[in-house]
Structures are given as structure tokens and as C-alpha cells.
Design a protein. Structure first.
Length: 448
């Protein structure tokens, strides 16, 4: 094996500002519950024709766990700092994609690839030069930058070896002509000399929108009866969009990464084990009266979850994987689906695995319930149950409905999602744990 290349000590010194204290407070840093002990520069590539660099930092926490992060940087005097809008660093990354270019690093390299759609999104005579750079502040786990009014560049901060499901699914949907999601213009990978490649960036069509689906529906629920009716109608649009999305994802079953088939017995068992484990996690996250409430309905919940392992004939395909109102953009004509990365806490292999499309349906149904409960708590919606019933009916009808067998499976996925929400709320917003707890009591008490 060839010796590992050394990082220039001068670069190490320039990167010293990116310390454990600096990394720990970044919005996109994933492990905020663990104290960092060291941050080391492990690779670096100069971005040609700029003062910019792509840096790979390896963070080690107090338990010895390591993770690598991508940090675009600008050389400024005697140190590196993150790029500012207008410095042209983001433009240059887009141009590298358009040219199918590459950057050599000390211990690996970055490769850039364009899709055929980029020719329409970025005319060759224009390239990215002159497109205004505008870093967006809406994301937690990555960094997104708008370039002009047609492109958005997402920089993946946590470098996770393997195929990124968001890049993969967006490329597939663009190739099959699905119009309900932004077109993929290009992507970038980091390839270390001694390991597997990780997604570094993704370039997409920038969809003009007035708000995400959650904010838009919430605003309608705070209005009068006419606005609430618009919100209900919108859920019908979302149901039809969801059906079109699932059909698109199942449209090329000959492709190994995008199957469309009956779930295997092993997959059904895995679905059940995952849901049962989520219930245990929810129970472990609670104490006192909330825990007693969940314990009281746990036997009925487990009986409902049995539908997962006995759902012979259930369909399996690629799905969105983290589907809710916040993953939609409200456009002039309807909605557009975004963020196909899946649940970030789950391993890549699990996020890429075939699953039941009803898992996405359950996620949206839980989101409908949540937005209504939030509106009710803020005194914007007097009768949340009535609106939830109408919105669910509109969504499911436009989706194409579900059979009696599918309804039992859907119930189980809703319960699993609500268990996930219990654990999330208990750890982050204890005052909101009542929302999924109430839902679990309702779902456990329904007869099928």
C-alpha cells in the first residue's frame, strides 16, 4: 500500500480557526450531544481560479467516535474562513459541475458531474459567472446557496461514505421526467484515496415558492373558513402528487436500485422489528404520567404492529422516506417535493432500502394531525378533529384510497411514526409530547 500523503503543515496552521469549539456550534454539526476533543484537517483541495478551498475536517468526540465534515473555505490573510456571498466560490463549484471537472486533494479528490438537465437550467454561454450568490438560512444539517433565480446548490457537510439517496433519487426522477420535484443539474463527490466516496454537493433547479407546505397550511388554518377550505383542498393536491411520486419511483423496476415488487417475508419481519423497536424507544424516553399513558396502550399498539409482519402481498419500492408537509414547497400551481435524503439518523443502506409507499402516506397523515394540533394550541383552529378528518379524507381519496388490508398496514406505520415523534418530543420539546401521545391513544383504540 502506498504511504498516505501528508497534509502541508502550513495548511494545518491556516485551518486552526476551525476548532472543536467552532465546529460544535455550527448548525449543521450532527453530534451536539457529545463533546468534541479534536478537529483535524485531513484533506484539502484548492478551487482553481479562486482563493477558495474544499477542506475535509475529521472530528473526534470524547467517546472516540470520528466523523468527517466538508468545509468550503476562503484563504483570508493568515487563516481560512467560510465563504461569503459574492466571492464566487459557489459559482466556481457550479462551473466545475457543468464542465464535469475535478479537483485534486492531498489524500483524494473531488469529482463533479452534470446531468443533461443542466443545459436547460444553465445555458452554456452563461455558466455560473454573474449569478448572484445567496446563502440560505433554512437548513440545519447542510448548507444551501441560491445562485440567481434558477439554481440552488446544496453542500453536504457530513461526509457519509456510500450512495447518497437524495442525489440518487433526484437523478432518477429527473431522468424519468417526474415534474413534481426540482430537476437535478449536477452533483459532486469526495473520493479519498483509501476509502469509499461520499456525496459532497448537489445542484438543483430553484423552484419559485411562497412557503413550505407546513407554513402554508398553518397560515391557512389561522384564517377564516374559506382559508381552511383551501387547506383541505391543498391536501387533495398533495395526495395526487404523492400518488404520482410513488408511481414514478416504481416506473423502472428493471433497475436494481429502484425495484417495484412484493415485499419479502424477511422485509416484513424487518419492518415489524423496526416499529417494535421504535415503541421501546418511545417508552424509554418517557417518565411519570406520560409513560403510564403509553404503557396502558402498549399491548394494543403491539397488536396493531403485528400487521407489518403479516402483510403478505404488500408492495415494496423506493420511497421519499421522511415525508411531511415541511418537505413540500408551495408553488404558483401546487406543490413540489424536496429533500429525498431520508431520516438523517438512519444508516444510508436503510434509507436506500425498498419500503412500503404507505410509510410515506403515514408520514403525511401524521403531519396533517400535527399542523392542526399546533394551530389549535395557538388558538387559530377551534375544531382540529373536524379539519383533520376532512384533510385526511381529501389526501387519501386523491392518493387513490387504500384497501382494507392496506388500511391495517397504514395504521401500523402511523403508530410507528407517532412512536418516533414521542421520543423526539421527549428529548427536544417535552411540552409537545402530548401530541403524539394523544395520537397513539386514538390509533390504538380504533377497530379494524
Amino acid at each position: 500500500m502506498a504511504p498516505t500523503a501528508r497534509i502541508d503543515p502550513g495548511l494545518q496552521r491556516l485551518a486552526s480557526a476551525f476548532s472543536p469549539d467552532w465546529l460544535a456550534v455550527q448548525r449543521w454539526f450532527r453530534a451536539k450531544s457529545r463533546r468534541l476533543t479534536t478537529v483535524e484537517l485531513v484533506d484539502a483541495a484548492a478551487i482553481a481560479a479562486t482563493t477558495g478551498w474544499l477542506l475535509v475536517l475529521e472530528a473526534t468526540d470524547e467517546a472516540g467516535e470520528r466523523a468527517r465534515y466538508l468545509v468550503p473555505a476562503v484563504l483570508d490573510g493568515d487563516g481560512f474562513r467560510e465563504p461569503r456571498d459574492g466571492e464566487g466560490i459557489w459559482q466556481r463549484l457550479v462551473d466545475l459541475m457543468a464542465a464535469d471537472g475535478g479537483l485534486r486533494a492531498s489524500r483524494g479528490g473531488f469529482s463533479f458531474t452534470a446531468t443533461p438537465a443542466l443545459a436547460a437550467l444553465l445555458p452554456k454561454a452563461t455558466r455560473a459567472v454573474g449569478l448572484a450568490e445567496r446563502r440560505l438560512g433554512v437548513e440545519q444539517s447542510n448548507t444551501s446557496v441560491a445562485l440567481g433565480d434558477r439554481l440552488i446548490l446544496k453542500c453536504y457537510r457530513l461526509l457519509t461514505p456510500g450512495v447518497n439517496p437524495e442525489v440518487e433519487i433526484n437523478a432518477f426522477l429527473t431522468a424519468v421526467g417526474f415534474v413534481g420535484a426540482p430537476r437535478l443539474g449536477g452533483s459532486a463527490e469526495y473520493q479519498p484515496d483509501d476509502g469509499e466516496a461520499s456525496a459532497a454537493a448537489m445542484l438543483q433547479e430553484l423552484v419559485a415558492s411562497e412557503a413550505d407546505g407546513w407554513a402554508w397550511v398553518q397560515a391557512r388554518l389561522a384564517g377564516g373558513a374559506g382559508d381552511r377550505e383551501k387547506a383541505t383542498d391543498a391536501l387533495g393536491q398533495i395526495g395526487a402528487l404523492t400518488q404520482a411520486l410513488h408511481r414514478a419511483l416504481a416506473s423502472r423496476p428493471e433497475m436494481a436500485a429502484f425495484p417495484a415488487r412484493t415485499a419479502t417475508t424477511r422485509e416484513l419481519a424487518a419492518w415489524h422489528a423496526r416499529a417494535d423497536g421504535q415503541l421501546e424507544t418511545a417508552l424509554a424516553s418517557l417518565s411519570g404520567e406520560p409513560r403510564q399513558r403509553l404503557l396502558a396502550v402498549a399491548p394494543r399498539i403491539r397488536r396493531r404492529l403485528d400487521a407489518l409482519r403479516t402483510a403478505h402481498g404488500a408492495r415494496a419500492s423506493r420511497i421519499h422516506g421522511d415525508y411531511h408537509l415541511g418537505q413540500l414547497l408551495r408553488t404558483a400551481t401546487g406543490f413540489s417535493v424536496i429533500d429525498f435524503e431520508g431520516e438523517p439518523a438512519r444508516p444510508l443502506a436503510e434509507r436506500r432500502a425498498p419500503a412500503s409507499p404507505l410509510r410515506d402516506v403515514a408520514g403525511m397523515l401524521r403531519s396533517i394531525d400535527y399542523v392542526a394540533r399546533v394551530a389549535h394550541r395557538e388558538a387559530a383552529l377551534a375544531e382540529p378533529n373536524a379539519w383533520v378528518g376532512m384533510a385526511r379524507a381529501a389526501f387519501l381519496s386523491a392518493y387513490g384510497g387504500v384497501s382494507a388490508t392496506e388500511a391495517r398496514l397504514l395504521d401500523a406505520f402511523e403508530i410507528e411514526k407517532a412512536c418516533y415523534e414521542v421520543a423526539y418530543e421527549a428529548n427536544n420539546r417535552p411540552d409537545w409530547a402530548w401530541v403524539p401521545l394523544d395520537a397513539l391513544e386514538r390509533l390504538a383504540g380504533q377497530a379494524r
